[in-house]
Design a protein around this ligand. Structure first.
Ligand SMILES: N[C@@H](CCC(=O)N[C@@H](CS)C(=O)NCC(=O)O)C(=O)O
Ligand SMILES: [Fe+2]
Length: 356
């Protein structure tokens, strides 16, 4: 099985990717709207097809990526049936299974943080995704969205802490950067729900949390009741429109050699190799401007900020770094030539006359 834990630093949300290596089928638990391009890049690089997105609940602090991912890959949207959200493809109930290849997640209703909270347990009970029902040494608040300390106490004690001791628990958030815990650990050390705590102790704790409401609540809850579909019909711009580009999981936008050939007019091509390499047997692209990587920041004013920039080097490595530097310097239309001059030449594309 392929498993990745991904983090959104703005909301401290964890997104989980589960994939069946044999069939290439994958699930995402709790995708975040703004992180969809990152998640798509990872799925593509790992050779996985997204079957289903599952939210653990209607989040109050960030917008789900479920609708945006369905638009891009046709994935099904799964959410608790009791929520009654608009646009759900798989309304989930306690005991349902959501499969990916030969593997599946079992659905457990764990209401309390919200009335529609679900915990997803992997088929062999080696891991579970608890959303905000159980956080590491904590739990989700119970003061809105049908929250109930009594319900949460029962859910956690009966549906989560009854899993096998070594079962790894992956939460919806962690505000300290801790990534994982286990059933045995939380049963013993959770200060709210572990040890000899009873309902009275727990309710007393929860009723005195006095937390401010999440900053994004007024936006996030209505959007999540539409599975993250933006209001109105405003088209979402998924990728830059100046050329066909692919976002790599590294965060760099790439352009394929053929696409660069077709879109070269209007672009600035910056070759970041050292001067002797510019005229070596690989040659250089017609109209390429030589600015070695080591001089790029000092000579940045020689570039036009209004025109898209494509960075080029021998293999695509130094130019990837140049792309990052240019983006950080405020250039908003930047891409890296995939595979550099080596691929350009291997594909038989033209070089500047007299450059080799
Ligand atoms: N400061 C965060 C609020 C975080 C928050 O309230 N998180 C919820 C989960 S959606 C929670 O239950 N937090 C429990 C806690 O902070 O102890 C924001 O503004 O978004
Ligand atoms: Fe939450």
């Amino acid at each position: 099985m392929i498993f990745r834990q991904l983090f959104d630093p703005v909301s401290s949300t964890y997104t989980y990717l589960l994939g069946d290596a044999e069939s290439g089928e994958a699930l995402l638990v709790d995708p975040v709207y703004e992180q969809v391009p990152r998640d798509l890049a990872l799925l593509q690089e790992l050779g996985l097809r997204l079957q289903t997105t599952l939210d653990t609940h209607v989040h109050a602090d960030h917008v789900t990526g479920a609708w945006r991912l369905r638009e891009r890959c046709g994935s099904r949207i799964a959410l608790a049936a009791v929520v009654g959200a608009e646009g759900v493809d798989l309304p989930l109930r306690h005991g349902d299974r959501v499969s990916f290849g030969k593997r599946y997640l079992e659905v457990r209703a764990t209401p309390g943080h919200t009335s529609g909270c679900l915990t997803y347990v992997l088929d062999d009970a080696s891991m579970a995704f608890t959303g905000d029902s159980l956080l590491i040494r904590g739990c989700g608040r119970t003061d809105f969205q049908g929250g109930s300390a009594q319900a949460l106490f029962t859910s956690v004690r009966e549906q989560i802490l009854t899993l096998p001791d070594p079962c790894l628990l992956y939460p919806g958030h962690d505000y300290r950067g801790i990534t994982v815990t286990s059933v045995a650990e939380e049963r013993r050390f959770n200060p709210r729900l572990g040890g000899d705590v009873d309902l009275g102790d727990f309710a007393g704790y929860m009723h005195n949390l006095n937390l401010p409401h999440p900053k994004l609540m007024a936006v996030a809850v209505p959007a999540n009741l539409r599975c993250g579909k933006p209001e109105g019909e405003a088209p979402v711009q998924e990728s830059p429109d100046w050329a066909p580009l692919t976002l790599r999981f590294s965060g760099v936008w790439e352009i394929e050699p053929m696409a660069l050939l077709e879109h070269a007019a209007g672009l600035q091509i910056v070759d970041v190799r050292e001067a002797p390499e510019f005229i070596d047997p690989l040659g250089h692209l017609p109209d390429a401007k030589l600015v070695p990587l080591s001089q790029l920041m000092a000579r940045i004013d020689e570039l036009d900020r209004e025109r898209p920039v494509v960075a080029v080097c021998r293999s695509g490595v130094r130019s990837a770094q140049a792309s990052v530097l240019l983006s950080k310097a405020g250039f908003d239309k930047v891409a890296n030539l995939a595979g550099g001059m080596l691929r350009w030449k291997a594909e038989g594309l033209p070089v500047a006359p007299g450059s080799r």
